[in-house]
Design a protein around this ligand. Structure first.
Ligand code: TRP
Length: 370
């Protein structure tokens, strides 16, 4: 891998990602201003994640909107590989999906792939990943999805529903297809080799178009799904991709749920959040105050600023002010970090309360197999 190169696959993200290059490499489409205008016309407003290019790429969004305007409702689908507790990066596509559900009045399916993380992580048992699946479900529910329009699928629990669809998909994917897409070898366990069929299955759970908001690292699975769809008489899933959320320690790589210090969990206490941000959040500031005041900081590489941009400061004017103050040197790194800490802790105190309440709602959301 050369210094300007990067890797993005569902199981491995490395290097500094050039998103325009990634769009070319994956063969997706950049979200154009024209598409943004179209979405705004229908929804009445643009979510800040669209305005700021946090969602930057898509496949077949225009098809979804065409169908919607003809009166054909689509449904939403996204998921999570339960390899640990939920961190704030995971919430990005979920918060956006919630907005889509509200604006378009759609059904929503959320897949928790306990099987996938059991296959892909050496140190996790199937019992561990199942336990995390139920934990992660609470964070998802806490975001306010409509219980009457939302179902949570846990692979190992809902196999009755998934398997007949997965089998149809699996028959149309051969080993060289998956190998080419994921770089599998002869040592790869056969659960992994079959797994794309499992992640494809919810795309066909209703006989309607589906839109999937997702981290761009998950695109390779659905490339295969989209190839298979016409072969089994189904519509191709449409996708809308978000950028990878940087780890606290800085750009290059996504937040990993297994790196305790690189991540803020939804279950972290205010003290832990404070400690992590102060100690680990990569700073775009200058080495000393005098130099910072004179030359200014670099908000574009500053992780605290990026977290505000990606998630915690929806107000464009406030964000712009912070950007300018930091860049001019008027605002110091410590001050920027304080703003972020306050925002995260404000968000988490509400979220954690809703997460507790979600425990009583879990049964309503879990897909039942009958
Ligand atoms: N493989 C995803 C992960 O590791 C989980 C997942 C399942 C998913 N279905 C999905 C993600 C659909 C996005 C969209 O997190």
């Amino acid at each position: 891998m050369s210094s300007d190169d990067f890797i993005v696959t569902p199981w491995h993200v490395e290097g500094e990602i050039d998103y325009d290059k990634l769009i070319k490499r994956f063969g997706t489409e950049k979200i154009s201003n024209q598409l943004l205008d179209r979405i705004e016309k229908i929804t009445g407003e643009l979510h800040f994640m669209l305005r700021r290019g946090i969602f930057f790429s898509h496949r077949d969004m225009n098809f979804i909107l065409n169908e919607y305007e003809k009166g054909n409702k689509f449904f939403l689908y996204t998921g999570r590989g339960p390899s640990g507790h939920t961190h704030i990066g995971h919430l990005v596509p979920w918060v956006f999906a919630k907005w889509l559900q509200d604006k378009f009045g759609t059904n929503m399916y959320f897949q928790l792939t306990d099987d996938e993380k059991f296959y892909s992580k050496q140190n996790l048992s199937l019992e561990d990943t199942k336990k995390f699946a139920l934990e992660n479900a609470l964070d998802f529910i806490a975001l306010g999805f409509k219980p009457e329009k939302t179902k949570i699928i846990i692979d190992s629990d809902n196999i009755n529903t998934l398997y007949p669809i997965a089998a149809k998909v699996a028959k149309k994917i051969n080993f060289s297809n998956t190998k080419a897409v994921f770089g599998f070898s002869n040592e790869t366990n056969i659960g992994m080799i079959f797994y794309t069929a499992m992640q494809s299955a919810p795309c066909f759970i209703e006989d309607k178009p589906v839109l999937i908001p997702l981290g761009v690292d998950q695109d390779p699975h659905f490339r295969l799904t989209r190839d298979v769809a016409p072969k089994i008489g189904k519509l191709k899933p449409a996708l809308i991709h978000n950028i990878m959320i940087p780890a606290l320690q800085g750009p290059g790589g996504k937040m990993s749920a297994s790196d305790e210090n690189g991540t803020v969990y939804t279950t972290d206490t205010p003290e832990i959040v404070k400690k992590k941000i102060i100690k680990y959040a990569f700073s775009g500031g200058r080495p000393d105050i005098e130099e910072h005041r004179n030359k200014g900081g670099n908000p574009d590489i500053d992780v605290s600023f990026q977290y505000l941009r990606i998630f915690f400061e929806p107000d464009d004017n406030k964000l712009k002010q912070i950007y300018e103050d930091y860049k001019s040197g008027k605002m110091l790194t410590g001050e920027l970090k304080s703003i972020l800490i306050e925002k995260i802790n404000g968000f988490l105190s509400v979220h954690q309360e809703k997460r507790e309440k979600a425990k009583d709602q879990l049964d309503k959301f879990l897909l039942d197999n009958s």
